[in-house]
Write a protein that binds this ligand. Structure first.
Ligand code: ME8
Length: 518
C-alpha cells in the first residue's frame, strides 16, 4: 500500500474565537492537500480542536455548563467554520474523543513503563492563563511578568516530568542532518540556536486532578491528569492509530479495533503550524516520538502571524478581522486569494481593508474575472459559443506556467504559484488587447484569425481553472461550468494545451467577481 501524503494543522483552542490567523493556517493546509490530490497523490488532511485544560474548565463553569457540553457547543461552531472555508479535511479530531484519549493513555503507560518519567516537587511561579510554570528567566527587566501570562501565582506542587535532557544532543544532530525538517530555514536556525545555547528543562506532563480535572486521566496515577500539550500534540498520531494505520498503532502501542492496511499515514508529511508554537513542535514533539520509537514527521512548516493595520489583533481594542464577515460580503475565494497572495508562508503579514479591496478589484475582477468573461462572451457572441479549431499561439506561455506551477506546488510555494498563474492571466489579457478580437469580428476577411484568437482565449481559461482549483475551488468550478465542461477541474493532468475540443459548445458566461463600489 503506498504512503498517503498526510498533512495536519495545529488544533485550535476550542474556547477561542475563530479568527483570521486560524483561517489562514487552515486554508494554507487545504491548498497544499488539494494540490497533492490534483497532482495525483492520495492525501489525508487532519484538522481539529484542542479541548482540555483549565481555561476551558473555568469558562464552562462561568457559564454554568458541564465542560463536555460546553465543548460540544463550541465544536459545532468550529466545524461550521471549517465548512465555511471549504476545507477538504478527511477527519476532524477533538481531543475529548475516546479514540484520542485511549491513545494518549497508551503512550503515557508505555513511556512510564520504560522509565521516561519521574515525579518531582515544583515550587515557584505559575501562570493560570497560560497553564505554565514560570522561572526567573521569564521575568522582564523590571522584575514583572509579561501581562500575557495573566495572573501569576506562587505554587508548590508535585508532578510527573518527562526527561528531555538525554535527547538534547540527538535532536541537535537530527536538525543538522535533516535541514528540511523545519521550514523556512530561519525557523530551523531558531530552534538550533535555542538548543545549542540552553539546557532543556524536563517537561512537566501532568496537573493534579484536584486542581484541574478537565484533562485525560493519567493511567498509572489517578491523582493526575495529562498536561494539555502532551495531550494536544498526540492528536497527529492518535487519529492515524485509531483509524488503524499500522505504523502509528505500533508506535503508540495501541490496538485499534481494526488494522487498515489501505491507510498508510504515519509518519506525517507536513505539520502546518504558527510561529508561536514552534518549540512545542520542533523540540517536545520529536523527543516524544523518539522516546516512543516512532518515525518523525518529514517537515514542520511554520507560518507567520497576521496583524491588522500594523497592530496585533485584539478583541479588546476591536482590531480584528472576522473571516466569516469577509466571506459573507466578498465570497470565500476572494478571502482565500487575498491571504495566500498577500502572505508567503513564513514572514508575518498585515491585513488592510484597502489592500484586500485593491487585490479584489485589480487581480480578481479586472485580471482573472475580466479575462474569462470577455473571452467567453466573445466566443458566445461571434461564434455562437462553438469552440473553433485548435490553435497554439499561447501554448508556449501556458506550458511554461503549467510547469512552473507544478514545481512550485510540489514545494508548497503557494504565493509564488499564484504569481506564476497571474503571469498567464496578464499575458492573455495583453493578447486580447493586441489582437483586438472585437475589431477582427467586424472584418469578414479576418474570420480565421478571429477563430485562432478565440480558441487561445478559451483554452487559457480552461487551463486557468485547473491551475487555480486548489486555491479558488468555487471560481475554478464556475469557469468549467461556463465553458460547458462537466466534472471538476481537480486534476492537474488536465492542464495540457489543446484539450478543449473544436466543435464543443460552451455554457453561459457570467462575471466571476462582480465589481463593487469600493
Ligand atoms: O496554539 N496569525 O491553539 P490556538 C496567524 N491549541 N496564525 C495565528 C494567529 C495569527 N494572528 N493567531 C493564532 C494553539 N494563530 C494550540 C495548538 S497543536 C498540537 C495545539 C495560529 O487556537 C497559531 O500559531 O491558539 C496556531 O498555529 C493556530 O493558530 C492555533 O492557535
Amino acid at each position: 500500500m503506498s504512503k498517503r501524503f498526510y498533512i495536519t494543522t495545529a488544533i485550535d483552542y476550542v474556547n477561542g474565537q475563530p479568527h483570521l490567523g486560524h483561517a489562514y493556517e487552515k486554508v494554507v493546509a487545504d491548498v497544499i492537500a488539494r494540490s497533492r490530490r490534483s497532482l495525483g497523490q492520495e492525501a489525508f488532511f487532519l484538522t481539529g480542536l484542542d479541548e482540555h485544560g483549565q481555561k476551558v474548565q473555568q469558562a464552562a463553569a462561568s457559564e454554568g455548563k458541564e465542560p463536555q457540553a460546553y465543548c460540544d457547543e463550541l465544536a459545532a461552531a468550529w466545524k461550521s467554520f471549517a465548512t465555511k472555508l471549504q476545507l477538504t479535511n478527511d477527519d476532524f479530531v477533538r481531543t475529548t474523543e475516546k479514540r484520542h484519549r485511549e491513545v494518549v493513555q497508551a503512550i503515557l503507560a508505555k513511556l512510564h513503563a520504560e522509565g521516561h518519567f519521574y515525579k518531582d516537587i515544583y515550587e515557584g511561579f505559575y501562570s493560570t492563563r497560560e497553564e505554565t510554570f514560570l522561572t526567573e528567566k521569564d521575568r522582564r527587566p523590571d522584575g514583572t511578568f509579561d501581562p500575557a501570562y495573566g495572573e501569576v501565582i506562587k505554587l508548590k506542587e508535585e508532578n510527573y516530568y518527562f526527561k528531555l535532557k538525554p535527547h538534547q544532543q540527538w535532536l541537535i544532530d537530527y536538525l543538522e542532518k535533516n535541514p528540511s525538517f523545519v521550514a523556512p530555514e530561519y525557523r530551523r536556525n531558531e530552534v538550533l540556536g535555542f538548543l545549542k545555547h540552553n539546557t532543556l528543562e524536563d517537561l512537566c506532563i501532568t496537573r493534579p486532578a484536584n486542581r484541574l480535572n478537565w484533562g485525560i486521566p493519567v493511567p498509572f496515577d489517578p491523582n493526575y491528569v495529562t498536561y494539555v500539550w502532551f495531550d494536544a500534540l498526540v492528536n497527529y498520531i492518535s487519529i492515524p492509530a485509531a483509524l488503524g494505520d499500522v505504523i502509528a498503532a505500533k508506535s503508540v502501542s495501541y490496538q485499534p479495533s481494526t488494522i487498515n492496511h489501505e491507510l498508510s499515514l504515519w509518519p506525517a508529511d507536513l505539520h502546518v503550524i504558527g510561529k508561536d508554537i514552534l518549540k512545542f513542535h520542533a523540540v517536545y514533539w520529536p523527543i516524544m516520538l523518539k522516546a516512543m520509537g516512532a518515525p518523525l514527521p518529514k517537515q514542520i512548516l511554520v507560518h507567520g502571524w497576521w496583524q491588522k493595520d500594523g497592530q496585533k489583533m485584539s478583541k479588546t481594542t476591536g482590531n480584528v478581522v472576522d473571516p466569516v464577515a469577509i466571506i459573507d460580503e466578498w465570497g470565500l475565494d476572494a478571502f482565500r486569494f487575498y491571504v495566500l497572495r498577500e502572505l508567503d508562508i513564513g514572514p508575518d503579514g498585515n491585513w488592510t481593508d484597502t489592500g484586500f479591496k485593491g487585490r479584489y478589484s485589480s487581480e480578481l475582477a479586472n485580471g482573472l474575472g475580466n479575462l474569462v468573461n470577455r473571452s467567453l462572451s466573445m466566443l458566445k457572441r461571434y461564434r455562437n459559443g462553438v469552440v473553433p479549431a485548435v490553435s497554439n499561439e499561447l501554448a508556449t506561455d501556458a506550458n511554461r506556467v503549467i510547469a512552473e506551477t507544478r514545481s512550485l506546488l510540489e514545494q508548497n510555494q503557494l504565493q509564488a504559484a499564484l504569481l506564476a498563474i497571474w503571469s498567464l492571466i496578464t499575458r492573455a489579457n495583453q493578447y486580447v488587447d493586441h489582437t483586438a478580437p472585437f475589431k477582427l469580428a467586424k472584418d469578414p476577411q479576418q474570420s480565421t484569425r478571429l477563430d485562432e484568437v478565440l480558441y487561445n482565449l478559451a483554452e487559457v481559461s480552461r487551463i486557468l481553472a485547473v491551475l487555480l482549483w486548489p486555491f479558488l475551488p468555487t471560481t475554478a468550478g464556475k469557469i468549467y461550468e461556463q465553458l460547458g465542461l462537466t466534472g471538476t477541474p481537480d486534476q492537474f493532468s488536465a492542464a495540457k494545451w489543446g484539450q478543449l475540443q473544436a466543435g464543443h459548445t460552451i455554457g453561459s458566461p457570467a462575471p466571476l467577481f462582480p465589481r463593487k463600489d469600493i
